[in-house]
Design a binder for this molecule. Structure first.
Ligand SMILES: Nc1ncnc2c1ncn2[C@@H]1O[C@H](COP(=O)(O)OP(=O)(O)OP(=O)(O)O)[C@@H](O)[C@H]1O
Length: 267
């Protein structure tokens, strides 16, 4: 039995479909997506480019709405963005003319305008420290490496203390070593704070290291959830140890087979 079925449903996608109007007529991206996520779960979503992963996560963020069906958090339908759900994008989305500190401060200030300034500054410092960026607080994004910029984005999202952290391929633009470092940091932060995480990735090894469950989407149009894989490795996870586990390769091959044989892309 999955973690989600053992616990109260927290985030629910119920029969979600999305149709975009296009010049060639209606284009059905998602068709009947159902997923129940428990509070504190770490979910990775994988699927070929264009199948609708961002469309789905944007509905959880509240930037986009289902054409039919419903996305609920707690028992409330999600209708608009809110500080209970924060998004980290692949391209960081930082203000380049503001320092790392200011980028995080602006978000904290937007959500807590009435908190005393000293308290807001303390929240910013705490979260920059959490991602190892205390020394770089006064640097602006052009002076930061890709990994550092993504750390600022993660600090900014977490400083709001969201219930759901949505990560849209956050490490896709980083080199392999930086990516592994950030995966370790994200996992440590998640272990300490346990918010619910939804993360899009194209990297099966990343998903196997991070997630409780891997959601595998079929190809679009009319994409849906093909399968959900339970990732059974105990936590805290150690990358070297799980890679020695024979189950690791079984799960990896299963996901690869799903993507490259059963739902191979046409092109
Ligand atoms: N506003 C829109 N109007 C029309 N079509 C759209 C719109 N937004 C997305 N699409 C189409 O919907 C499909 C799904 O897009 P989406 O970005 O959700 O996919 P994805 O799985 O996240 O892709 P990738 O992995 O490349 O980021 C694509 O074919 C895209 O062109």
């Amino acid at each position: 039995m999955s973690v989600a079925t053992q616990r109260e449903p927290f985030l629910v996608m119920e029969d979600v479909s999305k149709v975009y109007p296009t010049s060639k007529g209606p284009y059905t991206v998602l068709d009947g997506v159902n997923l129940t996520v428990a509070e504190g779960e770490f979910i990775c979503v994988i699927g070929h480019s264009g199948c609708g992963k961002s469309t789905l996560l944007n509905m959880v963020a509240g930037f986009n709405h289902p054409t039919s069906g419903e996305v609920r958090l707690g028992s409330k339908p999600i209708t608009k963005p809110g500080p209970d759900r924060m998004v980290v994008f692949q391209n960081y989305a930082l203000l380049p003319w503001r320092t790392a500190f200011e980028n995080v401060y602006l978000a904290v200030n937007a959500v807590h305008p009435n908190k005393p300034q000293a308290e807001k500054r303390a929240i910013v410092r705490e979260h920059l420290a959490m991602v190892g960026l205390s020394e770089a607080a006064d640097k602006k994004p052009p002076q930061l490496s890709g990994g550092m910029k993504q750390r600022v984005s993660i600090a900014r999202a977490l400083a709001i203390r969201p219930q759901v952290l949505i990560l849209d391929e956050p490490f896709g633009a980083l080199d392999a070593i930086t990516k592994e470092e950030l995966q370790e940091e994200l996992l440590k932060i998640w272990n300490d704070h346990r918010c619910t995480v939804l993360m899009i990735t194209h990297d099966i090894d990343e998903a196997l290291f991070l997630a409780d469950r891997l959601v595998m989407m079929t190809n679009g149009p009319h994409a849906k959830i093909g399968e959900v894989m339970e990732i059974p490795f105990p936590r805290p996870r150690d990358r070297a140890r799980i890679m020695e586990d024979p189950q690791y390769y079984k799960l990896r091959n299963y996901a690869l087979d799903f993507l490259y044989h059963r739902f191979a892309h046409d092109e």
